[in-house]
Write a protein that binds this ligand. Structure first.
Ligand SMILES: [Zn+2]
Ligand SMILES: [Zn+2]
Length: 202
């Protein structure tokens, strides 16, 4: 997925609607990868720590980051920090190098005043915003020089703790569903049960 347009199409299918924040994430993710000199993660070669949260404008940014970097919730190499900031750190687990990338405050402030966000504030769903408003914003972001909207930090070194995944799963003795053993809990009667059957929350 070298080609940005191709990546955008994939992002659009994955994300579900056309908006400016998802392509911002694509561009920012690609910039971080270029800085580290890494390819999209096939497994957990990369780890993404996103500072975005939930319930704020432009959280769609993270979907763009996931599509670009290959860091996904399913592979558990993406973590959300809920700082409600438009920033993230990408870590190359092979070398322990990381880079933090954020949207330039001036750029993001302007984006929050864009006609797209005005419509969103007024309660219009992202997919219902007129394409005449959305498309020029998307096109602009796809073509914008990185230096105009991204702050790319210095490469840092992080301590990596390695751990193989858990491969052993056993049936919960109440519901019968296969559960990875590190999340089975013992009942007073000695039965090993899954978290929902145990009544505990973790
Ligand atoms: Zn979106
Ligand atoms: Zn169960």
């Amino acid at each position: 997925m070298e080609n940005l347009q191709e990546l955008f199409e994939t992002g659009l299918k994955f994300h579900g609607h056309k908006c400016p924040a998802m392509p911002m994430g694509l561009r920012a993710g690609l910039a971080a990868m270029k800085t580290l000199g890494v390819e999209r993660a096939q497994d957990k070669e990369l780890v993404l720590k996103s500072e975005t949260g939930k319930g704020h404008a432009a959280g769609c940014f993270l979907d763009g980051l996931m599509v670009a970097t290959g860091c996904t919730y399913g592979k558990s190499n993406v973590e959300k920090l809920y700082y409600n900031k438009m920033a993230f750190t990408l870590i190359d687990t092979k070398t322990g190098r990381s880079v933090r990338v954020s949207l330039k405050p001036g750029f993001f402030e302007k984006a929050l005043n864009s006609p797209f966000v005005q419509k969103r504030k007024a309660g219009v769903l992202p997919q219902d915003v007129a394409p005449e408003l959305t498309q020029p914003l998307v096109d602009r972001i796809l073509g914008l020089p990185e230096s105009e909207f991204l702050d790319i930090g210095e490469i840092q070194h992080v301590e990596m703790q390695s751990g193989k995944g858990i491969f052993e799963a056993k049936p919960c003795e109440k519901c019968g569903e296969l559960t990875f053993v590190n999340k089975l809990r013992m009942e007073p009667d000695g039965k090993m049960v899954c978290i929902p059957c145990s009544g505990y929350t973790e």
